[in-house]
Design a protein around this ligand. Structure first.
Ligand code: PRT
Ligand code: ZN
Length: 286
């Protein structure tokens, strides 16, 4: 009997939706029970455990879960014995030092002897030690950004994404200490069977990730223009060219990057392409 891979997922919060979507897009159906503490799959040997993100690194280190999806910031702060198996590319943010907007900032020596409020004391301590800065770390959980305004600290060390929370609290970001994104972590001593399931999961995740930002393009072109049109389409290897029922015309298929989309379409039309169709790609498997 094959054992299931137990994967820890944030129960609610910023990571929950994207984590579940990634699993679904990997073709894994999860039936989530009413109380939403655990879920199992009928079409893949996987079980999900729903936890607070702070608890995920330890749960994976202890082997209660075999793997987990969590912010890299939590992995670094908790410093548990886990391995990052795959970077997932969502929930991107950074951990930064910020000071009151009105303060003059000339460099890290600003923090010498100052009080810094944070929920990430270990990451901050390591950074300050490396930079040989002596500062007082004041640990608070939640609403760190209000600490300078109410006189609780001189500066903060917190997660920044768009930067609007800092602006609305009259703070400015002065040093980025780490960049973070959601990561798939695993227990260091996974059994062979479980590692095999994890490998299959990673293979599927990579196929989904590869397709992100890519479009499948189909177009018609007079045969004499095939070369000009094909030169504009990088494709996975080279574009697929098929004859149309109408003599002297062909259909060309390829994959393009969403970012290059409008530029390429304009060039294709100029080169003689007609009837251009652009469709989303769900997965790309090499
Ligand atoms: O309840 P639980 O403990 O599970 O959740 P949580 O409240 O600890 O975490 P949650 O759900 O808020 O975030 C989970 C993870 O998402 C974090 O650990 C990060 O890895 C990642 N992430 C990405 C963020 C942000 N972006 C983010 N913007 N986590 C928090 N924020 C907060 C930040 O604390 C600050 O208050 O948003 C504010 C800043 O956002 P901007 O856009 O105004 O700069
Ligand atoms: Zn948390």
């Amino acid at each position: 009997m094959q054992k299931n891979l137990k994967i820890a997922i944030q129960i609610k919060g910023r990571l929950n939706d994207d984590s579940l979507m990634l699993i679904r897009e990997s073709g894994i159906d999860l039936s989530i029970g009413k109380r939403k503490l655990a879920a199992s799959s009928k079409n893949f040997p996987l079980e999900a455990l729903f936890l607070r993100d702070d608890d995920i690194p330890r749960t994976v280190a202890d082997g209660v879960a075999d793997a987990g999806i969590v912010g890299e910031n939590e992995v670094l702060e908790k410093n548990e014995n886990v391995i990052i198996a795959k970077r997932l590319g969502f929930s991107k943010c950074r951990l930064s030092l910020a000071v009151p907007k009105s303060d003059e900032y000339r460099g890290l020596s600003f923090f010498e002897g100052k009080k810094i409020a944070t929920s990430y004391p270990k990451i901050l301590r390591k950074f300050l030690d490396e930079k040989k800065i002596n500062a007082d770390i004041h640990v608070i959980t939640g609403s760190v950004e209000i600490a300078p305004g109410i006189g609780l600290a001189d500066a903060i060390f917190d997660i920044v994404s768009s930067g609007s929370t800092l602006i609305s609290n009259r703070l400015k970001e002065v040093e980025t200490v780490i960049n973070s994104e959601a990561v798939l972590i695993k227990h260091p001593g996974l059994s062979k069977d479980k590692q095999k399931i994890l490998n299959e999961l990673i293979f599927r995740i990579e196929s989904v990730q590869r397709a992100q930002g890519k479009k499948y393009i189909l177009l018609n072109t007079p045969d004499e223009k095939i070369e000009d049109v094909a030169a504009l389409l990088p494709g996975m290897k080279s574009p697929t060219v098929m004859p149309l029922a109408e003599k002297g015309w062909s259909s060309v298929h390829s994959v393009i990057d969403e970012n290059d989309f409008w530029e390429i379409i304009g060039k294709l039309k100029k080169a003689g392409a007609e009837g251009i169709l652009v469709v989303p790609i769900e997965k790309m498997i090499f």
